[in-house]
Design a protein around this ligand. Structure first.
Ligand SMILES: [Zn+2]
Ligand SMILES: [Zn+2]
Ligand SMILES: [Zn+2]
Length: 254
């Protein structure tokens, strides 16, 4: 199983338009963050978690040419706005992409991408050809791959993270109930959101993410969904052993 971290930035990305701060001016490629998403190659299938605003650029620069399934965490625009570009894959390979997520997430997608369900457009394959699968908080299969949803709080809404084998991906969480934390035992790698240093009402900050990592105790933890408050080299060296900042393009082999 191979994971490529496609994007690690919060909703505005880093650098932020018009910002002159140290991180936004940094020459370090690890301080250039597109919006959060990961690609997973497992059991010979190509899984994607979220279609970020930067999906097209992420596919091109990582030379990824096929996607079989998309698992959506939630409907916020930084996580979904690349969906239209799935069209390049469904057209070229003449295939359908399976889309999985909570029912409320997929209902929001149905409204935001209303044109994707237009019969005329489907006939001419000028929209992404997709099939939606509503999922509850129970194990399910995407192709041959078993997926375990992890339900987390994101401010006042509930969203999904996902566990696949010994890997789990959680973004945009602000709290995780004990029952869901139990599903994260025995991980080799955990990717989890750590927005910034200061607290935030709907996302874990750095301190909270470190506490979650300590309680889950995976072999390795990577932080994502980072703002420009996080200057990579400066913050990375302050993190406890086994925890590091993710960056765009980082590959994890499991
Ligand atoms: Zn987000
Ligand atoms: Zn900045
Ligand atoms: Zn969000």
């Amino acid at each position: 199983m191979k994971v490529i971290i496609l994007g690690t930035g919060t909703s505005q990305g880093v650098p932020v338009i018009g910002c002159g701060c140290e991180t936004c001016n940094s020459k370090n490629p690890k301080d250039k963050r597109t919006r959060t998403s990961v690609y997973i190659k497992v059991n010979n299938s190509n899984l994607l978690i979220d279609t970020s605003v930067d999906f097209r650029q992420q596919m091109l620069r990582n030379n990824i040419t096929d996607i079989d399934s998309v698992l959506y965490t939630h409907h916020h625009v930084d996580h979904i706005f690349g969906m239209d570009d799935l069209r390049q894959i469904t057209q070229r390979l003449d295939k359908r992409i399976d889309i999985y997520g909570r029912e409320d997430t997929l209902n929001e997608l149905r409204v935001t991408f209303r044109y994707v369900f237009d019969k005329q457009l489907i006939k001419h394959k000028s929209v992404p050809i997709v099939k939606f699968h509503n999922k509850t908080n129970k194990k399910f299969k995407a192709g041959d791959t078993e997926i375990l949803p992890i339900e987390v709080h994101h401010g006042n809404i509930k969203i999904f993270g996902y566990r696949i084998n010994d890997f789990a991906y959680i973004t945009d969480a602000s709290a995780i109930d004990e029952k869901e934390l139990k599903k994260l035992k025995g991980l080799k790698a955990l990717i989890i959101n750590a927005l910034r240093i200061r607290p935030h009402p709907t996302h874990f900050n750095l301190h909270q993410a470190i506490e979650i990592s300590k309680s889950v105790n995976p072999e390795k933890t990577y932080f994502t969904h980072l703002t420009h408050d996080i200057l990579h080299d400066k913050i990375n060296k302050t993190l406890p052993k086994g925890i590091e900042l993710a960056y765009d393009g980082l590959e994890i082999n499991l």
